[in-house]
Design a protein around this ligand. Structure first.
Ligand SMILES: N[C@@H](CCC(=O)N[C@@H](CS)C(=O)NCC(=O)O)C(=O)O
Length: 235
């Protein structure tokens, strides 16, 4: 069975958390919107699911199911591909962590769009500077400190213990994204999250992830995505 992933074709964005899980699992999938007339096909697919339409990309089609919300997609994939614990308590815990990642992703987005997604970055630069300063002084230490502590408490291998889960893949993306968007700030901060940085390196070295990162399937970071490099925001 081949999964159909629907996400904006020019960016990693939130689709990337799903791509990383599919790639690690070695699952067969088509990144539909990157094909011919892809965005059009994606919009048609959203409209086609009248009863249970997704609110926004990413969404995943698997047989007759169309699943929206990044964390929900990962909840589904995790249990089918050995990327989540088997017990209900374990699955809920990992889902909870992924929802926390989703909250963090929104705050990362809001550093460059603090006044909302409808205005251009250029129209909200002073607010973006203020928001970014607070993001780095308060929010990054709180979120990444939380994950660093969890990693230590669970033995240092993976965030939920001895086995890899989709949350570890997402944390890889968070570290690489912050390195791209805020190279100076992240360099200064990394000594506080040595465990997470080590986890990032182990994920990058996994054969399927390594092959994916070197392939054309991995869209480069750019200034349309969640992680944007605006030097004036980098301290
Ligand atoms: N909470 C959702 C957010 C989905 C979302 O914001 N998708 C963006 C792209 S990353 C989008 O296309 N939003 C359209 C909109 O909000 O109008 C998730 O994690 O999947």
């Amino acid at each position: 069975m081949t999964y159909e992933l629907y996400y904006w074709p020019e960016i990693q964005g939130r689709g990337e958390y799903v791509r990383l899980a599919l790639e690690e699992a070695g699952a067969a999938y088509v990144d539909v919107a990157r094909g011919p007339r892809g965005t059009h096909v994606m919009m048609k697919m959203m409209d086609a699911h009248k009863g249970t339409p997704p609110f926004a990309p990413p969404f995943l089609k698997t047989g007759k199911l169309v699943i929206g919300q990044t964390a929900n997609i990962l909840l589904y994939l995790g249990s089918r591909h050995g990327l989540a614990p088997k017990s209900e308590a374990g699955r809920l815990w990992v889902h909870q962590l992924q929802l926390t990642v989703a909250d963090f992703v929104l705050e990362i987005h809001d550093t460059h769009h603090p006044l909302g997604p409808s205005l251009y970055y250029e129209d909200q630069k002073p607010a973006a500077k203020k928001r970014t300063a607070e993001f780095w002084s308060e929010r990054v230490p709180k979120y990444l400190g939380y994950f660093e502590q969890l990693l230590t408490d669970h033995g240092g291998a993976y965030i939920a213990g001895r086995r890899l889960t989709y949350v570890d893949l997402s944390l890889f993306q968070i570290v690489d994204g912050l390195r791209y968007a805020f190279p100076k700030r992240m360099k200064a901060f990394e000594e506080k999250i040595a465990g997470i940085v080590g986890l990032r390196d182990r994920i990058a070295a996994r054969p399927n992830i390594k092959a994916y990162l070197a392939s054309e399937r991995r869209i480069p970071f750019n200034e349309q995505g969640i992680f944007r490099r605006y030097l004036e925001l980098d301290g």
